[in-house]
Design a protein. Structure first.
Length: 343
């Protein structure tokens, strides 16, 4: 671990695990401490005898190394580290070399019985795999962890839901009656731009430009610009000119509950984003334009909304192979199929 001690940075770690030698050094700069630890561990891994000790370290040690060498540079660094440490605790903080498909299978079965969703377990698996891949890239280990062969659990596909016009008004009535002053503004931003909740809450006055909003703190790290109506732009900009938004998700959850509306599990934060996207397509919007507005890295993700397109629905009616061959009379429908006879 690296901690601040006065004007120095203290490195305190055991490269061979809890039973091994302890190294404590002070550095003027944090980067020097990180580089020393990286180099020391890399040298240990150069010989097979020492590598055995490295492999014997518990998972928590690997998580801390991953965080110091790489994880801290990620957008959700602390959250990811905490999730990994929680997973390690549930597994019993085993030695890394003993984490194999059999161990994970037993763990996942127990968690499924307790009601944990396959989606949650899959996210844990993805994060754990990324941890071991990065440790190998950093030369902390020189082997491929057996868990890299473990496949994700099958997830039941949940249809994306959205709010109708009347449901939007019902929700906004409850939002406007809240005591949280920031909530109506945040909800409006989500509905007119398709922004994620965190993006809307994190919007600042300096990002209100050119009659639109520039979202910079995004999920994939790429900024994007979304224009809005002038009245909406001025309304939001004037409010942000008085200060940043306050946290308001709890107030949003309460307002949604008071509205009596129902939403599939796990979609409460995203229902506003889905609502924007769904109405955009239903009103004739272009799917590629929607991809850019939502900031999706792949058009395949945006295609989830394509079935709502008016053109899509009309073409399903007009371009099917039986078009024009269906006739009805006396409440009886008959199909006239022109089948070419063969001689």
């Amino acid at each position: 671990m690296i901690t601040r001690v006065g004007k120095k940075y203290k490195l305190d770690f055991r490269p061979q695990g809890v039973g091994g030698k302890r190294i404590v050094k002070l550095f003027d700069y944090k980067v020097d401490a990180i580089e020393f630890q990286r180099t020391y561990v890399s040298r240990l891994s150069e010989t097979r005898a020492v590598q055995v000790f490295v492999d014997d370290r518990p998972l928590n040690d690997f998580i801390n190394l991953w965080f110091d060498f790489h994880g801290r540079s990620l957008k959700s660094a602390v959250d990811t580290k905490n999730r990994l440490l929680k997973l390690s605790g549930l597994l019993g903080n085993p030695q890394a070399k003993f984490i194999d498909p059999e161990l994970l299978a037993g763990y996942r079965t127990t968690r499924l019985i307790k009601g944990i969703s396959p989606a949650t377990l899959n996210r844990e698996l993805i994060t754990l795999k990324a941890l071991f891949r990065e440790l190998k890239r950093l030369s902390v280990i020189d082997y491929d962890s057996p868990i890299l062969t473990v496949r994700k659990l099958r997830e039941a596909k949940t249809e994306l839901s959205y709010l109708t016009g009347s449901q939007i008004e019902k929700l906004r009535t409850q939002v406007d009656s809240t005591t949280n002053e920031s909530l109506p503004f945040v909800v409006m931003i989500c509905l007119v731009t398709g922004a994620r909740w965190s993006e809307a809450v994190g919007l600042t006055v300096k990002n209100c430009i050119n009659r639109g909003f520039q979202f910079v703190d995004t999920k994939n790290g790429h900024s994007r610009f979304v224009p809005v109506e002038e009245s909406v732009f001025l309304y939001i900009k004037n409010r942000l000119g008085q200060g940043d938004f306050l946290p308001c998700y709890g107030a949003y959850r309460s307002a949604f509950k008071r509205s009596g509306l129902k939403v599939p599990s796990g979609q409460l934060a995203h229902i506003l984003r889905h609502t924007f996207a769904s109405h955009f397509i239903m009103n004739g919007g272009n799917i590629v334009a929607l991809q850019k507005i939502l900031g999706h890295s792949s058009l395949n993700i945006t295609m989830r909304y394509s079935h709502l397109s008016p053109d899509y629905l009309i073409q399903a009616i007009q371009l099917n192979p039986l078009v024009g061959s269906v006739s009805g009379g006396n409440n009886v429908v008959t199909l006239s199929l022109n089948i070419k006879k063969t001689s």
